[in-house]
Design a binder for this molecule. Structure first.
Ligand code: ATP
Ligand code: MG
Length: 449
């Protein structure tokens, strides 16, 4: 296929037949976050490269291998964001949000860019729903952030997902740990990949996150950070668990989790599923108590998570979870002839202003072809409008599901049709409830208003 009709590798189009699912998911995520007090923040797609090398860390896979970095026409090094935390943290500092009451709780839906090997659940342009809670060291905040992700999976009816937590300590307790790791990896030096050899001196913890099979095998036997926690970090981790227990959130401790970004401290966690293959981590997050300071702010303990939208979608599909159907076309008007077409245009306009999803023929098809089209649209009602109907001031409204026909006066059509569709919506809701469908109540209520 010619290059111009093929999207770049690792990117995905969301077509009209699919996009209502994304929209539903996005609205749901933002609404649940809002209930938890997280307000939406929007930051640029690109930032100064240094923001990411400083925050994500220059020995991570993300910075070493995966960033989309280029010089702009002013010779500035610019990077397409590989994740959402750095931009949110930058905005927190730039706009003095630290002067607002703390914690500042923000959330976002963003596209992210990583030059990775594309495969199921791993794209070069992907989307993240993320939350950040700036300005609290308390274990209660860790539990709240985790409980938000837990609530999202629960609300969507996802069953096969489990929470794994770990603590990777603070820079203080990590000194001893790094020494232990270094001496362990020194003894395996001959087998490490070239990237990990480089990491050995600078940041041995990164070797634990290496995806190469041999390094992973070596890493599996390495000392675990949880055995090296200082008293404060151990106490913090215990308290996080006490909150999760109290909130009845099931979890397991996985001492192998270190996460792929350098800014993490103390609590790290992942929500993992076995039903979507190798890329099973749908949500990952943790504390980053030193990040704001690293970026030039004052000490501001904080935390957050990122949830991959595409992986979440894969998970919903794998589990056969049905999202609400897209809104159907309420009414299709099929005019016969030029005069009726003018009238139809006017009627559709009026109905749309009242919130009815109405359409009419804009192609110039025969009535038969129009009805076929209305069927394909899934229109709930249709009207065939001819000159004689206009003269007689009447229209026949056909219910496409039941075949029932209702006669209405043309000059009162808007009001009468509104009434009819309200009755129908109430019936639809009743049967949806009876069938136990996942109902988008907000959009249903929106339809009534
Ligand atoms: P992985 O170990 O799978 O590479 P990661 O540790 O790099 O994940 P994070 O940086 O923590 O992932 O990003 C948070 C979430 O974003 C992941 O849990 C995942 O759901 C999603 N994600 C990360 N990278 C990709 C990608 N290339 N394609 C699709 N989703 C992704
Ligand atoms: Mg990764």
């Amino acid at each position: 296929m010619a290059l111009i009709t093929k999207a770049p590798r690792g990117t995905q189009d969301v077509l009209p037949s699919q996009s209502h699912n994304n929209r539903f998911l996005e609205n749901t995520l933002l609404e649940i976050a809002d209930e938890f007090g997280f307000k939406e923040i929007r930051t640029p797609v690109f930032e100064h490269t240094e923001l990411f090398t400083r925050s994500v860390g220059d020995t991570t896979d993300v910075v070493q291998k995966e960033m989309y970095t280029f010089l702009d026409k002013g010779e500035r090094s610019i990077t397409l964001r590989p994740e959402g935390t750095a931009g949110a943290a930058r905005a927190f500092l730039e706009h003095g949000l630290y002067n607002e009451p703390l914690p500042q709780k923000v959330c976002y839906l963003t596209s992210c860019y990583r030059y990775e090997k594309p495969q199921a659940g791993r794209l070069r342009e992907f989307h993240q729903f993320g939350v950040e809670c700036f300005g609290t060291p308390a274990p209660a905040a860790d539990a709240e952030v985790i409980s938000l992700a837990y609530e999202i999976f629960g609300f969507l009816g996802v069953e096969d997902i489990h929470l794994e937590i770990n603590s990777i300590g603070c820079p203080e307790c990590r000194k001893n740990y790094h020494a232990a790791l270094k001496s362990y990896f020194e003894s395996k030096k001959g087998d490490l990949c070239p990237t990990c050899l480089e990491r050995l001196d600078k940041n041995p913890m990164r070797i634990l996150d290496c995806k190469s099979p041999i390094c992973s095998e070596i890493a599996a036997e390495a000392p675990v950070v949880i055995d090296y926690l200082c008293e404060d970090c151990a106490d913090h981790f215990k308290k996080v668990q006490a909150y999760l227990d109290e909130m009845l959130i099931p979890y397991s401790i996985n001492p192998q989790i270190v996460r792929g970004l350098d800014y993490y401290t103390r609590t790290v966690f992942e929500f993992v599923s076995d039903s979507i293959g190798a890329q099973g981590t749908v949500c990952g997050g943790g504390r980053y108590d030193g990040l704001i300071e690293e970026l030039g702010g004052s000490h501001t303990p904080s935390l957050g998570f990122g949830m991959g939208i595409e992986r979440l979608m894969l998970l919903l599909e794998a589990q056969g979870i049905k999202l609400p159907e897209p809104k159907r076309c309420d009414l299709y008007i099929a005019p016969i002839g030029d005069n009726a077409s003018l009238k139809a245009a006017r009627l559709v306009q009026e109905l749309r202003q009242s919130g009815v999803s109405a359409q009419f023929d804009v192609v110039g098809r025969s009535v038969k072809a129009q009805m076929k089209f209305a069927n394909k649209l899934g229109a709930k009602f249709t009207v065939v409008l001819g000159d004689d109907d206009i003269a007689a001031n009447k229209v026949n409204v056909k219910n496409m599901d039941s075949g029932e026909v209702t006669e209405m006066a043309l000059d009162e059509f808007s009001e009468e049709f509104m009434e009819l569709t309200l009755q129908q919506s109430a019936l639809d809701l009743e049967s949806a409830v009876a069938n136990g469908e996942n109902i988008d109540l907000k959009s249903f209520l929106g339809g009534l208003m």
